[in-house]
Design a protein around this ligand. Structure first.
Ligand code: GLA
Length: 388
């Protein structure tokens, strides 16, 4: 019971939750990604895990045929809709809700009216996938509430489709997969082609994962994300002239790519080279983790950032500043931008004794440079979404 209410930030929230009398409560986490950025939609490798920051969903049937309401306690707002007449005219967060409902209906499942209360300690727009937490948590809650018998993988896939078809981001599968499938104290090495995965033990003491949120979210994020995807597809189409057997950058070696470099537009080449190199880095990082070689792991994180900045061009000055700043601190083994880019967080591999002083110095330097506040939090590899 204690766990169920652990996200209630204030007595008012607690009172509303108690009064609501949910049938089902789901905790749905955000995620971090250790390495393997922008590789998922290229059928490559990623290394994410869910974290101990969640959106909590309280759901109950309301006895109606098709009237639903979803309230966010944090944002003090309610969205009312009818299961049979959903539309995309309202605020963007409601598109995720509609997307999940519609994609569940597309699987031939029958729903009825329900009410839902949400509360969250997961920062939005910070690159830690509050969107996947929203989609997957709602899908899990509806699944449990109506006993739909959807598998975890079906929940992952329908949530990804909700984002493609109702939000407009042609995202890969990493975020939803991590939000649903993760296990405490492990990171997932996921093959985004076959969806086979390994749970790698993540025992990094005395190091910790520290996230520094730039608190910027540049408007390019969605449009450039989709553009990167198209650029990679162009690269594959070109390579298919000589390598007709390939269907993604996952199937291309660095040697093959370099051989045809002169045929490429330089921008497209940079995108492809980054992806092929990043896939190699994920495999090297998994080996480093198995060998408890955090120095190598950290260097791979820095190399990932360089690629994202210079070849894939999805970083921004705030993320670059924080990554550079971390290099002066020998308690930090690695740092990189995380997620889609153009804002959000850096992820830092830092000695636990250095965390407090580092946060203070990074905050000061960041404020001095950008006149912006930095927020910081540590993240623990945690279980994927679950009923509490
Ligand atoms: C976003 C997407 C993911 C992935 C990352 C970049 O988080 O939702 O699918 O592509 O960007 O690695």
């Amino acid at each position: 019971m204690q766990k169920q209410y652990s996200l209630a930030h204030s007595p008012e929230f607690l009172a509303q939750i108690v009064q609501f009398k949910a049938d089902i409560v789901i905790n749905s986490p955000g995620r971090v990604n250790l390495i393997g950025e922008h590789t998922d939609y290229n059928n490559g490798f990623v290394m994410p895990t869910a974290i101990d920051k969640t959106i909590q969903f309280h759901l109950k049937k309301n006895g109606s045929e098709s009237s639903c309401s979803i309230s966010s306690l944090n944002y003090d707002t309610t969205y009312n809709f009818d299961l049979n007449t959903t539309n995309l005219k309202d605020a963007e967060w409601t598109h995720y809700i509609i997307g999940v409902v519609e994609e569940i209906k597309n699987l031939g499942k029958t729903l009825a009216g329900f009410d839902c209360l949400m509360l969250s300690n997961l920062p939005m727009g910070a690159g830690i996938s509050s969107s996947a937490a929203l989609e997957c948590g709602l899908a899990m809650g509806i699944n449990e509430l109506f006993n739909l018998k959807l598998t975890k993988l079906e929940i992952v896939k329908l949530s990804q489709l909700a984002e493609h078809n109702y939000v407009g981001t042609k995202c890969g599968i990493m975020d939803q997969f991590a939000s649903v499938m993760s296990e405490e104290n492990h990171v997932i090495k996921l093959d985004c082609e076959s969806l086979e995965y390994e749970m790698l033990p993540f025992a990094i003491e005395p190091y910790k994962l520290l996230l520094l949120n730039t608190n910027v979210s540049h408007s390019l994020a969605t449009s450039e994300y989709n553009t990167r995807r198209e650029e990679c597809e162009k690269g594959v189409a070109l390579l298919q002239k000589w390598l007709p057997q390939i269907n993604s950058l996952r199937n291309v070696s660095l040697e093959q790519l370099k051989k045809y470099k002169s045929e490429f537009d330089p921008t497209i080449y940079g995108r492809c080279e980054y992806v092929v190199e990043e896939n190699l880095r994920v495999t090297q990082a998994a080996t480093a983790l198995e060998n408890n070689d955090l120095n190598t792991f950290g260097k791979l994180m820095y190399a990932s950032h360089e690629g994202l900045k210079n070849k894939y061009e999805v970083s921004c000055k705030e993320l670059d500043f924080l990554t550079e700043f971390s290099k002066d601190n020998e308690s930090i083994l690695g740092c990189r931008m995380m997620g889609g880019g153009f804002g959000g967080c850096t992820i830092n591999l830092i000695h636990q004794d250095a965390i407090d002083t580092y946060i203070e110095s990074a905050k000061k330097a960041y404020f001095k440079k950008f006149n912006l506040n930095l927020t910081a939090f540590t993240a623990m590899p945690s279980n994927g979404g679950e009923r509490v």
